[in-house]
Design a protein around this ligand. Structure first.
Ligand code: UTP
Length: 230
């Protein structure tokens, strides 16, 4: 049974654009592979997290408190996805620690949760789970269709990188700013963990479910392939 960890970005989960259809399509797609694979899904907080963090910051909250706010948003999204898995072989509540995620996955095909501790993002939670669970594959589902040479929203000449090593990914994201709600294609801690653990990884646009399924079947896909190594 292959072990797959999915970091499901909150911004693609709740977008205000056919969200329910997308969640159903995603769950049906993953279920179609569940005879061969077991999944741990980590939901991000998306706009809910960002809006609350920004409001909290403007009323004077410290960064650790803002992180806790963000974690609650990721758990709300975990409940949203969990609810849509009704009737399937799913661990019955969002995990709140890496250990609980792994325990859930020992007896269920699907285990879902959000953030765990202040100071990082759900990408890092996903990567730490992938390391401890000895996952075969880590997939980062995000709003962009892969890792780019620069931020594609701010630099129109930025190019998508179809294939890179985990060390190249660490170098690419190492300049990301820290602090509650900060954002890049992957949290630097997550990149560091997948590099040290030697985990095969993919960065994909999260709404393209057929592409995600091709990726998990080992077929041609659109996105970034991250190969462990220097
Ligand atoms: P996300 O994982 O949603 O951040 O966590 P993100 O990279 O913005 O992801 P998208 O937009 O959903 O793809 C939101 C915030 O929650 C706090 C951090 O402040 C993070 O920026 N958080 C989350 C933690 O402190 N610890 C966690 O384990 C998870």
């Amino acid at each position: 049974m292959r072990r797959v960890v999915i970091s499901l970005g909150g911004s693609i989960l709740v977008k205000g654009d056919n969200d329910a259809d997308h969640i159903r399509e995603l769950i049906d797609g993953l279920t179609s592979l569940s005879d061969e694979m077991r999944f741990i899904i980590v939901t991000g907080g998306g706009r809910l997290a960002r809006d609350h963090i920004s409001l909290g910051r403007s009323t004077g909250a410290d960064e650790a408190t803002l992180d806790s706010l963000g974690i609650q948003a990721t758990r709300m999204n975990a409940w949203l996805v969990l609810g849509a898995f009704k009737g399937k072989d799913v661990y019955p509540r969002p995990f709140t620690s890496i250990e609980e995620a792994i325990m859930g996955a020992s007896s269920h095909k699907f285990t879902i949760g959000g953030g765990t501790h202040p100071g990082h993002t759900t990408d890092a939670v996903s990567a730490l789970i992938a390391e401890m669970w000895r996952a075969d594959l880590f997939i980062n589902l995000t709003a962009v269709d892969g890792a780019y040479t620069d931020d594609p929203d701010n630099n129109r000449s930025a190019k998508r990188i179809p294939k890179m090593t985990s060390k190249e990914l660490v170098d690419l994201v190492s300049n990301t700013t820290r602090g509650a709600g900060s954002h890049s294609v992957m949290d630097p801690l997550a990149a560091m963990v997948i590099h040290r653990a030697g985990i095969e990884s993919r960065i994909l646009e999260g709404r393209d479910v057929p592409n995600l399924l091709r990726c998990m079947r080992g077929e041609d896909m659109h996105g970034t392939i991250v190969i462990p190594g220097e």
